[in-house]
Design a protein around this ligand. Structure first.
Ligand SMILES: Nc1ncnc2c1ncn2[C@@H]1O[C@H](COP(=O)(O)OP(=O)(O)OP(=O)(O)O)[C@@H](O)[C@H]1O
Ligand SMILES: [Mg+2]
Length: 352
């Protein structure tokens, strides 16, 4: 099994950037051996749904070509509104029976035609609360959008070996770095350009996943509005503030106001999680994503959410090839790389 496993490249297609990672796993040691990143062409993606597979495929090709790996198989992450991830309780039953019953159990939770979705589930062994029921994490993806992701990879000249869910990839990247925190409930916030992914990991298992529609683009739009500048100028100003360069006073006000919007959206999502998961109390949150570098964000989230927040370090335990990367490059990609690393950890034939 070990020798027949196929090696894949992790591919994280965001609305702003495309990230690709090559990971080498040897026993317990995980090493990043390749990484590349490029901009997503505008209007190719909306809320994780692919609108223009051909153009997006070309952009993916140039990122993967830059990676210059021998591998031709890809593990791609799905996000967005065509995926439903939901924890459900079903009567305790034999795993074979469950495999037959799942479609009927799932139907009531899925807003799409059950015959047009790819259905997967995972029994959450670590979090069952009694003997009569079992907890499952249900994952349903619309076949149409699954096909579109595969189509993008084909346009790029590669083959899609694994379609993973972004939330699982983030949880895998977490485990590769911080291990299984037994008995603990932790959150990860991945602050991207258009959305922030919020996941909860309990006892090493992903138990909750939700996106809130706030991210780096919201910061740029607020700067644009309050300073009366173009979106491109606002984006450039945001990055220059991040480098510690001086900026008008209103700019800081706009950033603070956006921190508040983000924090309020995340508070709502955290509250929803708490209300639907009786015992769970998030003890620590880890923050990542391109936009998590925005000045003051992590402190603002910590204060507003009343949860200790820290930057997620995808290189806490994952090593990187010193030959391939300088320390300054690693600093640059540190907050972009988590999902691509999580995807790159998967091996062909591994469908857990
Ligand atoms: N130094 C910085 N300070 C503030 N924001 C930054 C900085 N560097 C990058 N960003 C922002 O990070 C965002 C891109 O992050 P990321 O690549 O994680 O998003 P994405 O995955 O493409 O988006 P999404 O997941 O929402 O589709 C952009 O909005 C960009 O402006
Ligand atoms: Mg993203």
């Amino acid at each position: 099994m070990f020798f027949s496993s196929k090696k894949v490249l992790g591919l994280d297609i965001g609305s702003n950037t495309i990230k690709a990672a090559e990971i080498e796993v040897k026993g317990k040691s995980v090493t990043l051996t390749g990484f590349a990143m490029g901009l997503t062409p505008p209007e190719c993606l909306s809320a994780g749904d692919i609108i223009d597979p051909e153009n997006l495929g070309m952009a993916v090709r140039s990122v993967l070509d830059e990676l210059n790996s021998k591998r031709k198989l890809v593990s791609v992450g799905l996000w967005g509104t065509s995926i439903i991830i939901k924890k459900i309780s079903v009567p305790a039953m034999d795993e074979n029976l469950l495999a037959e019953q799942i479609k009927w159990e799932a139907e009531q939770y899925i807003p799409f035609d059950i015959n047009e979705v790819n259905l997967e589930y995972k029994v959450l062994k670590g979090v069952s609360r009694n003997q009569e029921t079992m907890e499952l994490l249900l994952v349903a993806a619309r076949q149409e959008s699954v096909m579109r992701y595969a189509e993008v990879v084909l346009h790029a000249g590669y083959e899609c070996e694994i379609l993973d869910v972004g939330g699982f990839a983030l949880a895998n990247a977490f485990e590769a770095n911080y291990g299984v925190l037994s008995g603990q409930v932790v959150a990860v916030f991945n602050v991207g350009a258009s959305v922030t992914n919020f996941i909860v990991i309990e006892n090493g298992e992903l138990v909750f996943c939700r996106d809130v529609p706030v991210g780096g683009a919201t910061y740029s739009m607020e700067l644009q509005k309050s300073l009366g500048i173009s979106l491109a100028e606002a984006e450039a100003m945001k990055l220059s503030i991040g480098r510690g360069e001086p900026a008008p006073e209103e700019a800081q006000g706009a950033l603070n106001a956006t921190h508040e919007i983000l924090q309020e959206e995340l508070s709502g999502a955290v509250e929803f999680f708490m209300n639907t998961n009786q015992s769970a109390n998030i003890v620590q949150a880890y923050v990542t994503g391109g936009a998590s570098k925005t000045q003051g964000m992590i402190q603002a989230l910590q204060q507003g959410l009343k949860i200790p927040c820290d930057a997620f370090d995808p290189f806490f335990n994952v090593k990187y090839s010193q030959r391939a990367f300088s320390d300054s490059y690693i600093r640059e990609i540190r907050n972009y790389a988590a999902v691509a690393i999580g995807l790159g950890l998967r091996q062909g034939g591994d469908h857990d």
